[in-house]
Design a binder for this molecule. Structure first.
Ligand SMILES: [Fe+2]
Length: 469
């Protein structure tokens, strides 16, 4: 089904399938190549930036777009597609105003006055980055902000939550849920001290523990990791510098001289309990998982030599420097020795595991595989096996790009990888959006089902799987 594209030559992130869509739609009885498995039951949810009103297209930053959710609900071999804006306070204010009220991160110094109503939040909670599902509650997340509660299956927005007033810090887009204890661990980072604050939320949704974490200067700490015993903090050198931004430079900058270190703290520990371990300097945006192994703490993540997140990131000449590879740190808490190694040569990010095993040992890591020529573009999916050290990939094919693929356990699953990988793919030549379902035990075989979505699904950020219906 042909789609109409609006060309925005002024900005990579408003062009082609990065461009936003304006309509909220539903679709059922979509054409399918193959067969939707009957034992795939639940919601595949993908969120991303989808700006409704833009102050300055040339200056638009992809982090600034309003959150929009694209969902596929699977049940007994059928699929229901929905897309909905997250109805954040800022989005609703701009909709009522009929235009922009928030200028965006690259235009904060622009003197153009905003007609932001008195009393309105000064910054927009965009709810555009990732999800958490905890205590039967779905949250849409935006790391400077509070979580936004979303109802399934309709994707209606309940609103932001501060956990009965107990949440005093920004809430990462990548909290970790330990399904064995039921707890959710989270943190937030800030320009002002404390630069990092960490919290634990109980299985019943009560914020029960918070502590500041001291680091020397503010950094872009996008993700962290949690084991059964410890929480791990990544003090890596993507630094935040307001003075640099006011002077006309980027707020985010890669400063390798800052070094790289991993902090290890007991789950219910405090600042003074953190042990910091120096590691090779690099850039980590997303972790896959971490676990305890005797005296060791094992962390696996996508790591790159340097980072493009500070700049435009569109320099195709240095993609091998900025695209991550799956990497492991093994921290011996007795000897203090850290052993590091690259696990796979495939360039990848959006690292995921079977969420039911997060914080505990995992054999398999799934990730989106980078296209080597085009920035911010994934042209396949990979699976790494910690037991055999083998990487398996599936390439989407020419002019086909996808996003984060998430693991969905098969109903009645008996092993860690007994299930499916689900993702959205855009066939840019055919201008066709698709939802792919792959057998997680046989990625190379290609999709068991390809669902033709009759509406365009723009590229986005993170995805998740919610199996509870
Ligand atoms: Fe992320």
């Amino acid at each position: 089904m042909a789609q109409t594209e609006t060309a925005h030559a002024t900005n990579f992130f408003l062009d082609g399938n990065f461009a936003p869509v304006s309509d909220e739609r539903d679709a059922q009885d979509m054409p399918v190549l193959g067969e939707i498995p009957k034992d795939l039951v639940g919601h595949f949810l993908r969120i991303g930036p989808n700006p409704a009103h833009i102050f300055n297209e040339a200056a638009y930053h992809t982090f600034d777009g309003d959150g929009m959710i694209h969902a596929m609900t699977f049940n007994e071999g059928s699929a229901h597609y929905r897309n909905r804006f997250v109805q954040t306070e800022g989005f609703q204010l701009e909709q009522a105003h009929g235009g922009w009220l928030y200028k965006g991160m690259n235009s904060m110094m622009d003197p153009t006055p905003s007609e932001l109503p008195t009393g309105a939040p000064k910054n927009k909670n965009l709810a555009n980055t990732a999800f958490a599902y905890h205590n039967k509650t779905l949250y849409a997340l935006h790391e400077p902000s509070q979580p936004t509660v979303i109802d399934l299956p309709e994707l209606t927005t309940q609103g932001a939550t501060n956990f009965d007033g107990k949440l005093k810090h920004p809430f990462t887009a990548h909290p970790k849920v330990d399904h064995l204890s039921g707890e959710m661990m989270t943190f937030g980072y800030a320009f002002q001290a404390p630069f990092v604050t960490y919290s634990v939320i109980s299985a019943s949704g009560e914020l029960m523990h918070s502590t500041p974490i001291t680091i020397s200067k503010p950094v872009f700490m996008h993700d962290f990791a949690v084991t059964e015993k410890y929480s791990l903090f990544l003090d890596f050198p993507i630094t935040l510098d307001i003075e640099r931004a006011i002077a006309g430079g980027p707020a985010l900058g890669f400063e390798p001289e800052h070094g790289s270190r991993i902090g290890v703290m007991p789950r219910f520990g405090s600042d003074q309990d953190v042990r910091w371990f120096d590691v090779a300097t690099g850039s980590v945006v997303h972790t896959a998982n971490a676990w305890d192994d005797g005296d060791n703490v094992v962390l696996q993540a996508s790591r790159s030599k340097t980072s493009d997140i500070a700049g435009a990131g569109l320099n195709a000449e240095n993609l091998e420097e900025t695209q991550g590879q799956l990497y492991e740190w093994r921290i011996n808490l007795t000897t203090g020795v850290v052993t590091e190694r690259t696990l796979s040569t495939v360039y990848c990010d959006f690292t995921r595991v079977n969420d039911l095993h997060a914080c505990h040992p995992t054999r398999y890591v799934y990730a989106a595989a980078f296209n080597p020529q085009r920035p911010f573009s994934f042209d396949g999916v990979m699976k790494f096996d910690n037991e055999t050290q083998a990487t398996t990939t599936f390439q989407y094919g020419a002019n086909r790009f996808g996003g984060e693929a998430v693991f969905a356990p098969r109903v009645g699953a008996t092993t860690e990888d007994d299930g499916y990988l689900v993702c959205f793919v855009q066939d840019e030549a055919a201008q066709q959006s698709e939802c792919l379902i792959l057998d997680a035990q046989d990625l190379a075989a290609g999709p068991v089902a390809t669902i033709m979505v009759p509406h365009r699904v723009p590229y986005g950020f993170h995805a998740t799987w919610v199996g509870d219906l």
